[in-house]
Write a protein that binds this ligand. Structure first.
Ligand SMILES: [Zn+2]
Length: 511
């Protein structure tokens, strides 16, 4: 069936050609557009000036110095108009040039996060006006708000057009080619914005790609390309045979039904001192989750998002490498498809995990924790990291526990939890800690094995997932877990959000 679909796809969409192009666009470090910092006004460029509602001549005094007298006069006239909206944009034409006054809201009611989100609108504005080159004048905002606004512009510039035969809705041949952030050259911010653009695109692409394209071998080749691109990054991959030989019972059990067999990927970046224990970021890479033999009966659609943990660690990792962070980091990704075939693992099977513990499978849809459990014990034993972080779209219950704007966090170490919370505040990506509550551990007991992978009556599924994983980490090893099932994918937009890439970057920098 899968093969048939694939052939159909090739015939109708020239998949192979397009697949090559896709790989090309993702990996040749080709940026969507040129990002520059300059203190000279380019003649062809259209200017965008973010302002607060109610800003007047005095707030914009310095900014306006860079414009010609007729432009300045026209802008001031618009500013004095009583009909200026509190939010939105106003085009100002004068001296044959276009300036867009971009009103971000009332100063007292606009948070840094609001400003970042307003920045995300700039790209569609540029498209609407068919602009090829933009110059952003953010001088009237505070330093941290400038950064947030610029980040927003970069984050909002993402598009996923690989499967559209018509690339542009409004029939314009023009595309944004260059964004100039007006001001003195700021190498650090420039590098950060470029790393952010590159890494969130990598993360979102992996999640948005259909599962027939982003399959386990695609995750492997994505990691291999990162390893090839950077001198300080090396890679190790365990394939099916080795996984079986070395006793990765969880990964093999879950992944063996897939047309593509599972792999365990380890990317190693040595930016720190030689031999220093690394920070381990472990992401769940289920490329599609049918639920297995406990097939999803509600809806299976959008289950391509189960790759999001892997996609997030890969994106954050590449950004950290690009920024040349002086730490040792490993990314560990168990990747598999939770498919249905004659090889599927069954409910009632007992799996022997990498660390020797046995797990009675009570639900084949609770597969992510089986992959992560093996990855955790492998990483602790063989890499002796400073800490381990797992990130996964682990439990649907997360939607009920914390909702679509919050990442649930759990862990065995106070410092880690505090660091995560501080990072969340710093990047405006909220988290909420749930407890690894002692009294709930009994629900994971099995009659015939050490553990069950899913409980029957216990409803706090996100805590259950965390408690299960805790069995595969020794108590002295600092570990934290992020359940991103509710935030990785937009329910309304049905597109990847890229959420938690910035959080992980900030976290690694702090820890
Ligand atoms: Zn599942």
């Amino acid at each position: 069936m899968a093969k048939k679909q694939f052939d159909f796809f090739i015939k109708n969409f020239e998949f192979s050609v397009f697949f090559e192009r896709m790989i090309f666009s993702t990996f040749l470090f080709s940026f969507m557009f040129d990002i520059q910092f300059s203190s000279r006004l380019a003649p062809k460029s259209v200017s965008i000036i973010p302002i607060y509602a109610g800003d007047s001549r005095s707030e914009l005094r310095q900014t306006l110095e860079h414009f010609s007298p007729p432009q300045k006069k026209a802008i001031l006239q618009v500013l004095q108009s009583s009909r200026l909206p509190h939010k939105g944009h106003v085009p100002v034409y004068s001296a044959q040039a276009l300036v867009l006054l971009f009103i971000i809201g009332k100063k007292t009611k606009t948070s840094r996060r609001d400003i970042r989100e307003r920045g995300e609108e700039i790209f569609s504005l540029a498209k609407r006006y068919h602009l090829e080159e933009l110059t952003i004048f953010s001088g009237s905002l505070s330093e941290e708000n400038v950064r947030a606004f610029h980040e927003g512009i970069i984050l909002g510039s993402y598009e996923f057009l690989q499967f559209k035969t018509k690339k542009n809705d409004n029939d314009s041949s023009k595309n944004l080619k260059k964004i100039v952030f007006f001001g003195a050259k700021n190498t650090q911010e420039h590098d950060w914005l470029q790393a952010l653009e590159n890494s969130t695109r990598l993360t979102k692409d992996l999640v948005n790609l259909p599962p027939m394209a982003a399959n386990p071998s695609y995750v492997v080749s994505t990691a291999e390309k990162i390893a090839k691109k950077y001198k300080k990054v090396s890679i190790k991959i365990f394939e099916m045979k080795e996984l079986e030989k070395l006793g990765f019972g969880g990964i093999v059990g879950v992944g063996k039904a897939g047309e593509e067999k599972p792999s365990l990927i380890i990317l190693h970046y040595e930016g720190g001192k030689r031999g220093e224990a690394p920070i381990a970021l472990i992401g769940k890479g289920v490329t599609y989750d049918t639920g297995g033999l406990n097939i999803k009966t509600m809806s299976m659609r959008t289950m391509k998002q189960d790759i999001a943990g892997a996609a997030t660690v890969l994106g954050a990792f590449e950004a950290l490498v690009l920024m040349g962070i002086q730490k040792n980091i490993i990314v560990v990704i168990p990747t598999a498809e939770n498919a249905i075939s004659e090889e599927s693992y069954r409910p009632d099977d007992v799996l022997t995990m990498y660390n020797g513990k046995t797990v009675e499978v009570t639900n084949t849809d609770a597969e992510g924790r089986l992959l992560l459990a093996d990855a955790l014990s492998y990483t602790e034993k063989n890499w002796k990291p400073r800490m381990m972080l797992t990130i996964a779209t682990l439990t649907g219950c997360c939607n009920y526990a914390v909702g679509h704007d919050i990442t649930a966090i759990l862990g065995n170490n106070k410092t880690l939890m505090e660091t995560l919370k501080n990072s969340a505040l710093a990047v405006d990506e909220p988290v909420w800690e749930l407890p690894l509550h002692e009294q709930y551990k009994k629900y994971l007991k099995s009659n015939i094995a050490d553990l069950v992978n899913s409980t029957k009556k216990f409803r706090a599924g996100t805590i259950e997932g965390g408690l299960f994983l805790e069995n595969f980490v020794s108590s002295k090893m600092p570990w934290c877990h992020l359940d991103i099932a509710s935030v990785a994918f937009g329910d309304v937009s049905e597109m990847a959000t890229g959420r938690n890439v910035r959080l992980l970057i900030d976290f690694v920098k702090r820890f």
